[in-house]
Design a protein around this ligand. Structure first.
Ligand code: NI
Ligand code: MN
Length: 229
């Protein structure tokens, strides 16, 4: 079984069937709802970063340095982290995919902002993205990142087993648009993310689950909680 553990906001640890440990959007030490600190995350093989905002990227550089994990993100974000002493990094761009030891990862579009936190000179503005993973063994995962609802999500229809979708509203799509995203994608299971970190993105995930209804199984996690698939 593969296991996804939610550490609050958009930070998930994925442990694959073949034992790879992949961390999405590290935001732990400054995350008001995280169950752990960055120091407690353990070994990592990969760090996948959807975009450069601090609430997705804050612990990425320090964790990449400490664990030696390969940081995978946009060309611009990877260029920036290389100036900060990260040695193992792999640049990609939206629409492109690459085969890694855990399987195939494609960077998906996201409609969102492109600032890179920590780049004080503003040289590394980037496109926000998400991730579609086709893991060894055939399980497919979509981490939407921060995004509006887009018609592009229809392209994922029937190709996702587990979708991680933001529902917080304000900075990303809210619950209503996230239900439409489920209609577009038709994943088997959905895990809501990017809500209840702060008051401005306060949502009731169980109301979202009721709104999704029979379209997909909605898995509501608490920080520290896991889902196996
Ligand atoms: Ni963002
Ligand atoms: Mn965010």
């Amino acid at each position: 079984m593969a296991r996804l553990t939610w550490h609050g906001h958009s930070c998930f640890l994925l442990e694959t069937d073949d034992g790879k440990r992949i961390l999405f959007d590290p935001f732990l030490d400054q995350n008001p709802v995280s169950d752990i600190r960055a120091a407690d995350i353990g070994d990592l093989d990969f760090i996948l970063v959807t975009h450069g905002h601090a609430d997705h990227f804050a612990d990425a550089i320090s964790l990449a340095k400490r664990t030696g994990a390969t940081l995978v993100s946009s060309f611009e974000i990877v260029s920036f982290v290389q100036t900060q002493g990260v040695e193992n990094a792999h640049p990609m761009s939206i629409g492109g995919g690459h085969s890694f030891s855990f399987g195939y990862a494609k960077m998906t579009p996201a409609l969102h902002g492109g600032e890179v936190a920590g780049d004080d000179e503003g040289k590394y503005t980037t496109m926000a993205g998400g991730w579609w993973l086709d893991l060894n063994g055939g399980k497919r995962l979509y981490h939407a990142g921060d995004t509006a609802l887009t018609m592009d999500m229809k392209l994922l229809e029937g190709q996702v087993d587990v979708a991680l979708l933001p529902i917080g509203d304000n900075f990303t799509m809210g619950p209503g648009d996230a239900v439409r995203a489920v209609e577009f994608i038709r994943p088997r299971a959905v895990i809501p993310m990017h809500y209840n970190t702060w008051d401005v993105i306060k949502q009731d995930p169980h109301a979202f689950a009721r709104a999704v209804g029979e379209l997909a199984r909605v898995v509501v996690l608490e920080p520290g909680g896991s889902y196996e698939f």
